[in-house]
Design a protein around this ligand. Structure first.
Ligand code: ADP
Ligand code: ZN
Length: 723
């Protein structure tokens, strides 16, 4: 009898396939193997036991054999459990979770040997200053030439010169020989409050047990410094660390902060790193050579050999939710990963999500609070500017009072930031003569004018066309008018009002890459810009010492959404963006333009009473049996044939089992009914907390016809988007 092994493939398949093991080939769970599948060869993961399928034994005569075992570090048991857990929870095929884990192709290809340099036997005679710098940092490590030059702060030619004179010699690089982060490289002096929080974090890392800690500290409290203490402790314990960020735009800033604290940069993990780099990091994490990673949500799937702590920075950020392919919430899955790995996870935020805050208040999470800004900096003074009483002039968007304050700030040589969470010039364009409105041909959405690119663009599907000179409906020339403001239009108004000021726009469609973003942020920090106009790109994480005033152009924008988190989201965004002001010596001020100054969100902003706001929002969730007090799931049915989608949605709704513990709402047309030419209907399941919502959905869908052809059914457990 020949041995077989269960192999999971990174495809949209839930079950593992059995393969024969050829004589003499030895594999273990966690190994990667190359196997035949149909006429192709695939790489798959060896599992502990077979999963999915009918459980009936397959005729051994029909089994195919494993081709080879790959020379790749094995996936630890905890990561194998993790992909299983994520797949079960999100109701996705296991293979799709494995695909997330295997998202570094180069890791599975033979490693190309890389040459580095190290100190040779040749004694240097009379080194120049820059050569000395190199000799000071080189130590007994093998460096890549680039890394060595960068660390020494010299050009590549200096390193080449030292090689020529034989002081440095070439050597095969295995990253093992590179210096790792040093927990004691630059230990900060913490404030009393910071030290208290840091102590809890260190103790938790030392205990090495599953624990969720909510680091709940106002903007500018120095949460990062405190978090670094958890990472330092993890390093001291001989374990790896994962620091998660919601957006890659923030990575470079954190790489630098990490380097100042620990002496080396951690490995960055996000969509913009090169394939070769991904492969190198994947292997380094799996072998344990790499000790610290800073990454986007997908970094959770990296096969850490010995992870000691996970940090989820800005834990409230919607960007942690992945909305396509494998649908999961990075924060929630970080908690799961920590639970499976029996390690602490730190959720950090100045504006915690209601879910995390409720868990902290209930004692399920450890609540660590930082109530003061570091070094006595004051929180900004916030005022709601009632647009009913003090409206901007016609065709203008900045109210007189805000204009007046910006002028004063400019006079003092300080910086202002105007925030509007809307890209482009104007959200709607219409024809003055016939009233024609420009709509996306494939989505239920208006086209947004982008004047800088001179195009009309759909923000849902990316459809884009040049702005026409004639109205396509009535053929009149030069009749198009822009309605409402986007950041480009606000910037135009700023330039008209303050022609002498240096103005910059920060919006994702105007900035082409991370590098350009970094340069611009540095210019702002160096105070080479007086007035910044930006979208949510500026709201997060940045530290601008000269920023005195934040003006919110449309404070009500987010409140228009009818979703259960609209209030919370708006409050978080307003807190984050106004929190950019006054982070050092300068006193900060925030002015929020609103038509609803009496709204609880505006009240919370003005009073600064965050505890009360969080408490009241939590109570509202409890009353509505919404998360975390209840569970939600959405079924989204879409098709390019609207009638077909509607029909299938009705079949689903009619087939829903009855239960006293949950309700199935809908089907309803999605708020954005058409996206990319596909009609969309939604069903919402609202369940009590103890309900196994996945089991319910499984039982519900099992007897019903499966979607075929153009028809698609998407299951979104714990939806955060209701569009
Ligand atoms: P938060 O993330 O809580 O908004 P940061 O961690 O960005 O705050 O800290 C705000 C500023 O204060 C940063 O410039 C940081 O370097 C500085 N800072 C905070 N704590 C300390 C400390 N203990 N020693 C020196 N600088 C600190
Ligand atoms: Zn569109």
């Amino acid at each position: 009898m020949q041995t077989t092994v269960p192999v999971l493939l990174p495809l949209a398949i839930d079950m593992s396939y059995d393969y024969l093991l050829p004589e003499g080939l030895f594999v273990q769970p966690g190994d990667f193997v190359r196997v035949p599948l149909g006429s192709k060869e695939r790489i798959g993961l060896v599992l502990d036991v077979a999963v999915g399928g009918s459980g009936k034994p397959v005729n051994p005569a029909r089994l195919k054999a494993v081709i080879e075992r790959l020379d790749v570090p094995p996936v630890p048991a905890v990561s194998r459990k993790f992909i299983d857990w994520v797949a079960q929870y999100s109701m996705a095929p296991r293979g799709m979770a494995l695909r997330a884990l295997m998202s570094a192709k180069a890791a599975f290809q033979p490693v190309k040997p890389k040459m580095g340099v190290r100190l040779g036997a040749q004694i240097p005679n009379k080194a120049t200053e820059s050569r000395q710098k190199v000799l000071q940092v080189v130590g007994d490590h093998v460096w890549s030439k680039v890394a060595l030059a960068e660390r020494a702060g010299v050009g590549a030619s200096v390193v080449n010169g030292l090689m020529k004179s034989g002081v440095l010699v070439a050597e095969l690089m295995t990253s093992e020989t590179l210096p790792g982060p040093d927990p004691d490289y630059a230990v900060p002096t913490l404030s009393e409050q910071q030290e208290q929080a840091a102590r809890s974090l260190r103790a938790s890392v030392i205990a090495g047990k599953f624990e969720v800690l909510l680091l709940d500290g106002v903007t500018g409290a120095g949460k990062t410094e405190v978090i670094f203490e958890a990472i330092a402790q993890s390093l001291r314990e001989g374990r790896q660390s994962l620091f998660m960020l919601p957006e890659i735009a923030l990575t470079s800033q954190f790489l630098r902060r990490f380097e100042s604290r620990f002496g080396v940069r951690p490995a960055p993990w996000h969509s913009e790193i090169t394939p070769a780099e991904r492969g190198r990091i994947w292997r380094g994490v799996a072998s344990g050579e790499l000790r610290a990673v800073i990454g986007a949500r997908s970094s959770l799937f990296l096969p850490f050999k010995e992870l000691g702590v996970i940090i989820v920075d800005e834990e409230h950020e919607p960007a942690y939710k992945q909305e396509s392919q494998l649908i999961y919430h990075g924060r929630d899955m970080a908690v799961v990963r920590a639970m499976l790995g029996k390690i602490p996870v730190v959720l950090s935020s100045a504006t915690p999500s209601i879910e995390s805050h409720v868990n902290a208040i209930n004692g399920r999470y450890t609540h660590l609070k930082l109530t003061e800004r570091f070094a006595g900096a004051k929180l900004p003074d916030i005022e709601a500017l009632d647009l009913r009483a003090d409206p901007p002039e016609r065709g203008r968007w900045i109210a007189p009072k805000l204009v007046g304050e910006m002028a004063q700030v400019l006079e003092r040589g300080e910086q202002s930031l105007l925030f509007l969470n809307r890209r482009g010039y104007a959200p709607l364009t219409l024809c003055r003569t016939c009233g024609h409105r420009f709509e996306c041909p494939d989505c239920s959405a208006w086209l947004v004018e982008h004047r800088f690119h001179n195009r009309l663009t759909c923000h849902h599907c990316g459809h884009s066309s040049p702005v026409p000179r004639r109205c396509p409906a009535c053929s009149e020339e030069e009749t198009l008018v822009a309605c409402g403001p986007g950041v480009e239009r606000v910037a135009e108004e700023v330039r008209e009002r303050f022609p002498e000021a240096r103005t910059a726009i920060l919006s994702s469609d105007l900035i082409t890459d991370v590098e350009e973003m970094r340069t611009l942020l540095e210019k702002i920090s160096a105070r080479e810009v007086d007035i910044i106009v930006g979208t949510q790109l500026v709201a997060k994480g940045h530290h601008f010492p000269g920023l005195a005033l934040v003006g919110v152009v449309d404070g009500d924008l987010g409140l228009a959404h009818g979703d259960p988190r609209a209030g919370e989201r708006t409050w978080q965004l307003l807190q984050q963006v106004t929190g950019r002001a006054g982070r050092e010596q300068i006193a900060g001020r925030g002015l929020i333009q609103t038509y609803m100054p009496e709204h609880p969100v505006m009240q919370a902003m003005v009073s600064g009473d965050r505890e009360r706001f969080l408490k009241e929002e939590g109570e509202a969730r409890q009353k509505g049996a919404l998360p975390p007090y209840g569970r939600l799931a959405a079924l989204i049915i879409s098709s390019n044939n609207s009638a077909e989608a509607a029909g299938y949605a009705r079949i689903l709704a009619q087939g829903a089992p009855r239960s006293a513990k949950l309700r199935v709402l809908g089907p309803a047309e999605a708020p954005i009914f058409m996206i990319r030419g596909r009609a969309r209907f939604r069903l919402l399941i609202k369940a009590q907390r103890e309900v196994d919502i996945q089991a319910f959905i499984k039982a519900w869908l099992a007897p019903l016809p499966k979607p075929k052809g153009q028809l698609k059914l998407t299951i979104d457990i714990d939806p955060h988007s209701f569009m």
